[in-house]
Design a protein around this ligand. Structure first.
Ligand code: PDD
Length: 283
């Protein structure tokens, strides 16, 4: 695998980041994950725009968007030709400097890493069988809209889910289920799709946005309201959205079985999502 590191492309084995890197020491870095479908990045512009917002939120200097897009294009051309279904990862840290909490003064160059790795999607029947989630208290900070690599609460919540025999955890804040550890959270009740509105407490997901567009196109009603924990007992369908697999059906919530596979509204949106990502016009 080729890696882009601070202005140069190199084999992964040659890519080295300092032990003083602030991303490593403090989680002082932001990131993006972009999916390639058929070797082409999906919604690249939206991902780069969100990266810019995350950089600004972390008081990191902006990156040259055109240049970064060219890096992604370059990796995509080489890796994407060989691995049409892949993920591109971009990380920008505040750079390497002797450990000290305040920003380095004078500033040091940021560390910019980009790589592209194959993504192995499950076969549709296995995928549509859905996953199990558990709910956990949201003990993260109040700037979840910044896509920071500071993911310890998310990692602990995912592990808590695994230990409870589930695949993912849904964060509950003030009695409301708002998002999962690395995806946005949707329910369907009485034919209405419901998800939390964008606030500082969730990441404004690109896949979430695509699903909202698809629901509008399919004339599926949408309610932008967080889902109360007690209402989870009566929802018909649940799904998550994230860059990895787009729409991910959920069939068990806190041990309550919703069905043996993805529900009808989830399937409609899933099929529309698949059609959208495969259509050249949308890339
Ligand atoms: N996670 N919420 C959180 C906390 C996330 O980390 C993510 C993405 C999402 C979904 O956003 P999008 O649809 O833009 O991928 C929501 C990425 C995939 C990750 O951390 O690997």
């Amino acid at each position: 695998m080729r890696v882009y590191l601070n202005g140069a492309f190199m084999p992964e084995s040659d890519a080295r980041v300092s032990v003083d890197d602030r991303g490593f020491l403090f989680g002082d870095a932001v990131y993006e994950v972009i999916r390639l479908y058929g070797g082409r990045p999906f919604r690249l512009g939206a991902h780069l725009a969100r990266l810019e917002r995350s950089l600004a939120g972390a008081w990191l200097p902006p990156v040259d968007r055109e240049q970064l897009a060219a890096v992604v294009e370059d990796l995509t051309r080489v890796e994407g030709a060989a691995v049409p279904d892949a993920l591109v990862y971009i990380q920008v840290s505040r750079g390497a400097a002797p450990r000290n909490h305040p920003f380095p003064d004078p500033p040091v160059p940021p560390t910019v890493v980009v790589w592209c790795r194959p993504y192995h999607a499950l076969p549709p029947d296995q995928f549509l069988a859905g996953i199990r989630v558990v709910t956990v208290p949201d003990d993260r900070w109040a700037k979840c809209w910044i896509k920071t690599v500071n993911l310890l609460p998310n990692v602990l919540a995912k592990e808590k889910a695994r230990r409870a025999g589930a695949e993912d955890a849904v964060f509950v804040r003030d009695g409301m289920a708002i998002e999962a550890t690395s995806s946005n959270f949707f329910v369907v009740r009485g034919g209405v799709v419901q998800t939390a509105p964008v606030t500082n407490y969730i990441l404004p997901g690109i896949s979430r946005q695509v699903v909202l567009e698809l629901a509008r196109d399919l004339e599926i009603p949408v309610r932008l309201e967080p889902v109360a924990l007690e209402d989870l007992a009566t929802v018909d369908e649940v799904f998550l959205t994230h860059t990895g697999c787009g729409i991910e059906p959920v069939t068990t919530v806190d041990g309550r079985r919703l069905g043996t596979a993805a529900g009808p509204v989830t399937r409609r949106l899933y099929n529309a999502f698949e059609a959208r990502v495969r259509s050249a016009a949308d890339r």
